[in-house]
Ligand binder design. Sequence first.
Ligand SMILES: Nc1ncnc2c1ncn2[C@@H]1O[C@H](COP(=O)(O)OP(=O)(O)OP(=O)(O)O)[C@@H](O)[C@H]1O
Length: 338
Amino acid sequence: MTGFGIDLGTANTVVCHQRHGVVLDEPSVMVVRVSETRAKRVRPVLLGHEARDLMGRCPVGLTAMRPLHDGVIVDLEAARAFVVGVLGMLAAPAWRRIRPRAVIGVPAGATALERRALLEVADEARIRSPLLIPEPIAGAVGCGLDPLEPRARMVLDIGGGTSEITAFCYGGVLSHRTSRIAGDEMTLALYRYLRAEHRLLVGELAAEALKCRVDSDQGPSSVVQGIDLGTGRPRLLTLESEEVLEALKPTADAIIAALAGALDDLPPQAADDILTDGLTVFGGSSLLRGFDKLVESELAFPVRMADRPLTCVAEGAARCLSDPDVVRAYETAFLDAA
Ligand SMILES: Nc1ncnc2c1ncn2[C@@H]1O[C@H](COP(=O)(O)OP(=O)(O)OP(=O)(O)O)[C@@H](O)[C@H]1O
């Protein structure tokens, strides 16, 4: 019997089949009718990529919403509608016939109530006996680390809503920090920078695209379009990549400060392992250009970037289906450590 690993993220939802690999990768966004936002049953009009394309452009009567905030479920009905809808997009008709098994990633900092909400939503989505695994552990497994070995490891997961820094060893937690400063905050920082320094008002998607563009080799400068705050008219602005990175530096620095705090919490022998082996980094925001070099220069230890930073949590969760010892060991480890 096979099953799925699921990473239900603030920004993206990824589903990985135990044998076939990643079968779904969609933005965690849905478009609903405004009249239904407080209804008992929400029926999404659009989901995933199609819904994201309508962000900031929704006509009257429709609204785009993200069912998760900071990696956790806040509105049970919205989350249920999203998960049921997005899993319904899977080509596998088997999902409708049988109740598949799944290991689902949950933020390490989630409370017992938030974990319960996720299990309820999974049950409604016809998942059989869903199991939860802390996302940093699932990501570590997806990156090829063994969280049960007697050696301390440290991972940094920078997603859309949260950054989580976790050190673990032999099935237990050594230190953990969660910060609300992650990809969404970086986008917001860029939006505010353009407004304050260039008097340019841009949409959320444009600010995010600009942030992600500095990673690619499209030249030293990027063009962004927005509304000039002085004239109220559309204006094009050309920005050097270095300027974009400079605007994002305070948010990157805040993540590095949290990282330094998590290192300070470690016993000396564990810190020694990590300083020798380095830090493993994943999550979409780790793709920010030069982030690895920044960490290396600030903290002076090696940084290993994940090969597939956006999908390794779902891949690791799928792998844990056949390694229940990892799930059992870390099931309540973070709640116990809190
Ligand atoms: N090339 C890039 N440069 C900078 N940021 C990027 C890049 N590509 C993606 N991102 C950012 O990565 C974030 C999404 O990452 P990811 O899918 O890992 O988050 P998530 O798992 O949904 O969020 P969370 O873990 O907080 O629930 C978004 O904020 C996106 O803007």
